[in-house]
Design a binder for this molecule. Structure first.
Ligand SMILES: [Fe+2]
Length: 419
């Protein structure tokens, strides 16, 4: 199982630097981490023109310019406003434009209309980012120890939040470009990562009680807690992801035209949206092509299938007479090192509904709205994707999307019950 190398400050290592964890080394480490994360957002936007950065191709996706501004507002709202009394808000009108869904943080612009915000323009958003970056650097250098201790946990959430938006920047611009008849390339040199793909190899999980969820040092989101014990198995879980070649076999066998394979909601969604192949697939002169961040290229049957909804993943699993693993089956197998391409290729749909763990409590205040209020009607995905920034995901990470969503890099691996 491949896991991404992170650059995050290790809280235990920071504690070894000196008698206090808000000393100069800790301050330098957080300042540098902040700089690296913020620079990655700009790197992902750098190839895009101002026109590219304004487009919103559907209500679920946001303009690149909005991602750059919203992640900045997050630091202004949750780090600078409460912890830097002398901070001057860049523009009081930005809170309305760039608050996403934090009801506690005040009124906000309509999500489906983010693409209509042509002003402030891209250059203004760059100045907004620089203004906030300067203020954060000053705060990290000058905050008294008590304030520093309070702001670092929120700053850390802000950095992980920005990384989530970095992934959305790539998936949202891919969706926008997929609706452009010219099918432009975001990066002509973009490639799928190399995959292990050992076919028909299964790992056995005998029945047993396992601890799942985040434990130990390091950051996690609240939805990964509390760690708790679950009964898992007996089950067999595929080491490999399902490939494009296997998906083509499903299609040739009428997979999209056989209602007995589909959930009722899935069938009506597939009918309404005229799905007959994964997202971004195009049939040209009898051959299949996929539209990716490098543009249009022939489907490689050896690579993992991507841009499928939960409904399609479930139908495929039924077609094979297997099922999707639960999120706990996935986590136990991943912790044992039994999954190939668990991270960095495609998020993997599980059959687990996105629900709170036992005794889960969101944190108090506006940041309690981060995860907890979305815990209904969505399904959990595990692992991470090619678009996920290095160091962001972990074995207990719970991603979640509505079952019809397929603009992310989403795929699947199978599970089956032993005979
Ligand atoms: Fe956000």
């Amino acid at each position: 199982m491949r896991q991404c190398e992170g650059f995050w400050p290790d809280p235990h290592r920071l504690n070894t630097y000196g008698p206090d964890r808000h000393g100069g080394d800790a301050r330098r480490a957080w300042t540098e981490t902040y700089r690296i994360v913020r620079a990655e957002t700009e790197r992902r936007a750098a190839a895009l023109s101002p026109e590219d950065q304004v487009v919103q191709s559907m209500p679920d996706a946001s303009p690149i310019k909005w991602h750059r501004a919203h992640t900045t507002w997050f630091f202004e709202q949750f780090v600078l406003a409460p912890h830097a009394p002398s901070y001057r808000v860049y523009d009081p009108g930005f809170a309305f434009l760039f608050n996403s869904y934090y009801i506690n943080a005040g009124p906000r612009h309509s999500r489906p209309k983010r693409g209509l915000v042509t002003r402030p323009d891209v250059a203004e958003i760059a100045r907004y980012r620089a203004h906030v970056d300067e203020a954060i650097a000053r705060l990290l250098a000058d905050a008294v120890p008590e304030v520093f201790d309070h702001l670092v946990p929120v700053l850390e959430i802000g950095l992980h939040h920005e990384q989530q938006h970095q992934e959305l920047m790539l998936t949202d611009i891919l969706h926008a470009f997929s609706d452009n008849p010219a099918l432009p390339a975001y990066d002509p040199d973009w490639r799928w990562p190399p995959c292990a793909m050992h076919h028909n190899d299964w790992c056995e999980l005998p029945e047993g009680i396992h601890t799942v969820g985040h434990r130990g040092p390091g950051f996690c989101f609240d939805n990964e807690t509390p760690a708790h014990r679950v009964l898992v198995g007996p089950v067999r879980i595929a080491r490999n992801l399902v490939t494009n070649g296997e998906w083509l076999a499903f299609m040739r066998d009428g997979g999209y035209a056989r209602p007995e394979l589909w959930l009722s909601d899935g069938w009506s969604t597939a009918e309404a949206r005229a799905w007959s192949a994964p997202g971004n697939w195009h049939e040209i002169d009898g051959n299949w092509y996929g539209f990716t961040l490098r543009g249009l290229s022939p489907i490689n049957e050896a690579l993992p299938v991507s841009h499928i909804s939960y409904y399609e993943a479930d139908a495929f699993a039924r077609w094979t007479a297997k099922h999707l693993p639960s999120e706990f089956e996935w986590e136990v197998a991943a912790r044992a090192g039994d999954l190939d391409d668990g991270f960095g290729v495609v998020w993997q749909w599980t059959r687990s509904a996105y629900c709170p763990y036992p005794a889960y409590r969101p944190v108090a205040g506006a940041l309690g709205e981060y995860n907890g209020k979305f815990m209904v009607n969505q399904m959990v995905l595990r692992g991470s994707s090619v678009a996920t920034p290095p160091g962001h995901a972990r074995v207990s990470y719970r991603n979640f999307f509505y079952p019809a969503a397929r603009w992310q890099f989403t795929g699947l691996r199978l599970a089956e019950f032993p005979d």
